[in-house]
Design a protein around this ligand. Structure first.
Ligand SMILES: [Zn+2]
Length: 446
C-alpha cells in the first residue's frame, strides 16, 4: 500500500479507537501509529475484543476446518448457526412464502430492504405497530440493509454527494435524500436484529478508479455518522461494510477504517461484489479480504446466492449470505438441485415423472413431479411458490451440510463431492472454481 494513502486513511480515521488499541497501548507504548496499523492487519485475529454488543447478542466460533467456520450467532430474536443463507423479503415478506413456511424450511434470518420498506409501508407505520417483526409475524432473526444497494440498482435515478444519496422515487417520481442518519432512523424504526451501515456503493464493473477511491473514503466517513445516528445500540447490532471494488489497496483502506471503529461494530460485511465482475476477480477479492476480518465477529458476504459461491465463500471463511437469486429463479421456473439447475419449462421435462430432487423433504418434492411443474412453471403462481419453497429449502440444507462437515473436519471432502456433483452434467469443473478452491488448498480438479 502506498504511504500516501495510508496517511490519508489514518488521518480520516483519527476519531476511531483500534479494536485492541487499548490492550496494545498498555503493553507496547513505544510503537508508532503506523506499526500499530500494520500489526492490526495481521490476519485480523482480534482476541478478547471489547465490543458494545446489543443485549442478547453473542457470537462464538464453535468449530473450524481450514478457514471454514461453524459458528453460533445469538441475535436478540433468534439463536442462529452459520454458515447461513438469508432469504430476501423486499416488501417485508419473502415473495410467495408465509412466515410459517419460512420456519418450516429452517430459515433463521430474513433480510428486509430498507429503501423499499421506508417507501412502503413507511417508517411511521413500523413505529406504530412495533417494528417489522410484529408487522410480518416473524419471530426469528431480521436484518435490514441500509438502502445503499439501491444506488447501484437505481443508479440512473440517484445522485451521491457527501451529505447523502438523492433518489427519484420510482413510485411517485419525487426526489428524496437518504443520508447515513436517515438510514439509521428508518432501520431503528424497522427494528431488525442486525442493521447495516449506509455505504457509498458503486458497481464493481462500471465506474472509474477515482469514483472507487472517493466511495471508499466516503464510506469510512459515513460510518461515523451511522454510529452516531444509531439510537438503539442495545437492541440492534450495526454491521460495517468493507468497500473498495476490485482494488486490494482500497479494500485494505476500507477495512482498516472499520477495524478502528470495531468497538461500535458487532459484525462486518463485504459489499460491492456479485455485481457482474469476473469470477476470478470475485474470488481474488474475497479470498484476500475475508481472513482479514476479525475472527471473533460474524462475517457477512453481501449479495451471494449461487450455491457454488456460497460454498467457495465458506471455504474462504465467510459466515452469512443473502440474495434474491433462489426465489427469483424459482419464479422463472428453475429449481436448484445438487446437479445444477433444472429449467423446468424445457420440453425434456414434459414426460419426466421424477421429483425435483430425490432426497428432498420439501412440499414441492413431496407433492409434484417434474412433469407437473413443466405444465405450470413460469406461468402459474403455484409453481413460483413451490419452487421458491424448494430452492430455499435446498440452500438451508446446503448450509446445514456445510456446518456438519466443518464439525466433523470433513469440509474439504464435502467441497470435492459437492463440486463433482454440481458439474456432473457439464464438461467438467470450470477453471475458476478449481482455482478458487486451490487458494485454500482444496483440490476439486479430478
Ligand atoms: Zn424439494
Amino acid at each position: 500500500m502506498a504511504a500516501g494513502s495510508k496517511r490519508k486513511a489514518s488521518s480520516e480515521n483519527n476519531n476511531g479507537e483500534s479494536e485492541n488499541g487499548t490492550k496494545k497501548k498498555t503493553i507496547q507504548t513505544t510503537k508508532t501509529e503506523e506499526e500499530e496499523e500494520e500489526e492490526e492487519n495481521d490476519e485480523g485475529e482480534t482476541k478478547e475484543t471489547f465490543c458494545n454488543n446489543p443485549i442478547g447478542f453473542q457470537f462464538k466460533v464453535l468449530h473450524t476446518d481450514g478457514r471454514a467456520r461453524y459458528t453460533n450467532l445469538t441475535l436478540p430474536h433468534y439463536d442462529c448457526f452459520t454458515p447461513m443463507f438469508m432469504p430476501v423479503g423486499t416488501q417485508g415478506c419473502v415473495k410467495g412464502l408465509t412466515s410459517m413456511q419460512l420456519e418450516e424450511i429452517e430459515c433463521q434470518v430474513i433480510l428486509g430492504n430498507t429503501y423499499h420498506l421506508g417507501q412502503r409501508p413507511g417508517k411511521d407505520l413500523f413505529l406504530e405497530c412495533g417494528g417489522l417483526h410484529k408487522f410480518m409475524s416473524w419471530k426469528r432473526g431480521l436484518l435490514t440493509d441500509s438502502g445503499g444497494f439501491q444506488m447501484v440498482s437505481l443508479a440512473d435515478l440517484s445522485d451521491v454527494t457527501e451529505e447523502g444519496v438523492t433518489f427519484q422515487s420510482p413510485i411517485d417520481g419525487k426526489s428524496e435524500m437518504l443520508t447515513p442518519e436517515k438510514s439509521m432512523e428508518i432501520q431503528n424504526a424497522i427494528g431488525a436484529d442486525i442493521i447495516m451501515a449506509l455505504d457509498d456503493v458503486v458497481s464493481s464493473v462500471k465506474i472509474s478508479k477515482e469514483r472507487f477511491e472517493e466511495a471508499t473514503h466516503r464510506t469510512t466517513r459515513w460510518i461515523d455518522r451511522c454510529i452516531k445516528g444509531h439510537k438503539r445500540p442495545k437492541e440492534q447490532a450495526l454491521f460495517g461494510i468493507v468497500q473498495g471494488g476490485l482494488d486490494d489497496r482500497l479494500r485494505d483502506i476500507s477495512l482498516k477504517g472499520l477495524l478502528k471503529r470495531g468497538k461500535d461494530l458487532p459484525g462486518f460485511a463485504i459489499g460491492g461484489l456479485a455485481g457482474g465482475e469476473g469470477k476470478e476477480d470475485f474470488c481474488r477479492v474475497l479470498e484476500s479480504a475475508l481472513p482479514k476480518l476479525p475472527f471473533n465477529k460474524p462475517r457477512y458476504v453481501m449479495g451471494i446466492g449461487y450455491p457454488i459461491d456460497i460454498v467457495i465463500c465458506t471455504a474462504f471463511g465467510g459466515d452469512m449470505y443473502d440474495c434474491v437469486f433462489p426465489s427469483r429463479t424459482a419464479r422463472f421456473g428453475n429449481a436448484l438441485v445438487p446437479e445444477g439447475t433444472l429449467r423446468l419449462k424445457q420440453a425434456q421435462y414434459k414426460t419426466d415423472e421424477r421429483k425435483v430432487q430425490d432426497d428432498c423433504d420439501c412440499v414441492c418434492c413431496l407433492n409434484y413431479t417434474r412433469k407437473d411443474l413443466n405444465k405450470i412453471a413460469g406461468k402459474e403462481t403455484e409453481a413460483s411458490i413451490v419452487l421458491t419453497y424448494h430452492n430455499l429449502r435446498y440452500l438451508m440444507r446446503l448450509c446445514k451440510q456445510m456446518r456438519e462437515a466443518i464439525e466433523k473436519k470433513t469440509f474439504k471432502a464435502f467441497c470435492v463431492e459437492f463440486t463433482k456433483k454440481l458439474y456432473s452434467l457439464e464438461k467438467g469443473v470450470p477453471k475458476w472454481v478449481v482455482d478458487a478452491f486451490a487458494k485454500v488448498d482444496i483440490d476439486v480438479s479430478t
